[in-house]
Ligand binder design. Sequence first.
Ligand code: NAD
Length: 435
Amino acid sequence: MTNIAVVGTGYVGLVTGVALSEIGHKVTCIDIDQAKVERMRRGESPIYEPGLDELMTKNIQAGRLFFTANHAEGFTDKDVVYIAVGTPEKEDGTADLRFINQVAKDIATNVKQDVVVVTKSTVPVGTNDHILSVIKEHLVHNVDVQMVSNPEFLREGSAIDDAFHGDRIVIGADAGYAGDMIEDVNEAFGIPVYRTDVRSAEMIKYASNAFLATKISFVNEIANICEKTGANIEDVASGMGMDGRIGHQFLRAGIGYGGSCFPKDTKALAQIAANHDHSFELLEAVIRVNNEQHRSLTNKAKEAFGSLKGRRIALLGLAFKPNTDDMRESPAIAISQELLLAGAEVVAYDPIATENAKRVMPEGVTYVSTAEEALRGADAAFIVTDWSEIKSLELRAYEQYLKEPYVFDGRNCYSLEDVASTSLNYYSVGRKAVV
Ligand code: NAD
């Protein structure tokens, strides 16, 4: 059992803290947001993540999981401190290290014993060295501090499962004993550990996200060419994925990636390259393709209707993917902006993310509490997020509630055969339109 503090209780920090307590460690999660801390103490997760509340409550009751907004209290008697604060994107695309720097100073002024600091946050190559220098500069007590880079690979929506069944745990350490210690901390997860140096670990995270984003933009471009040539992207992707060197994952065409990681991490990596006089042409193209892909449904609707002025569009799904309430960089934001700009009226429905959506979506969007309400009287439906509730909506619901039977499906939720037996005009991604 190790005494651990986790700083930052967002999607990564809270899941990390809860998972570490579940395997027997004593964990104190620290956040500057007092209201969040109060909720978590009651066993309520401030984020929507399937299975998280139950696991939190279980470990709070077992006396292994604690929450505080007080850094001094949180760091008391801790052998390991995990940093899991946000590293959002700055205007120029680089990673904003404001929160990281603050935590480094908090650690320096509060730790009274030797400590291993583990960076879970996604940070540019060289940042762990920078964190260590900030800590050393502000250190109040005469203690030893070692850094370990331990990037996180969890996926929102299946974060709990990923924490216990991930593909690998990457541990980057320049001091061998610190790496050994964090390997021991993680042993009970039973997940393969990959040991490397700090800078390579930092790069593994960016390279992994950039590679996955590349796969998405690649398949989206193939889908766009399928639409022009009469091929079917579902068949193409299935046939490609059977090649073990390619694999089936991340070969689903759609309206482009979003979320709190891929958009910012791809831009940050392009910037890291640029800062070292390297132009990362491939990644720049991946980003451009993705931005364009966000417009694909609206372009199809404009083509079908001529003009979208005065048209009422039902947006089904707002979160950047199913099973999360995270709206950061969701394609729904760009789509709504485009629709409003074209003079359309936007009525939106999401099973979980509506409250978060209201904070980031453009002004002028109307929110309703059922898919049926969104569809009723609309001229067209845009399927943006493939929540199972939305995927399982019967095709006749569109026929019944829409004023005009137009469906623009950004997630290829329905088979073309099923659609062919309806009266719908159906446009999807990388497949023939059914009109
Ligand atoms: P988040 O924005 O959801 O949460 C960050 C939390 O840190 C907030 O609750 C905030 O109040 C808190 N915080 C900020 N400054 C603090 C301080 N000084 N002391 C204590 N708490 C503080 O962030 P997230 O989505 O969990 O991401 C965290 C990091 O992990 C980022 O670097 C991100 O790139 C990376 N990451 C995220 C995911 C993901 O799916 N969300 C996956 C892998 C890696």
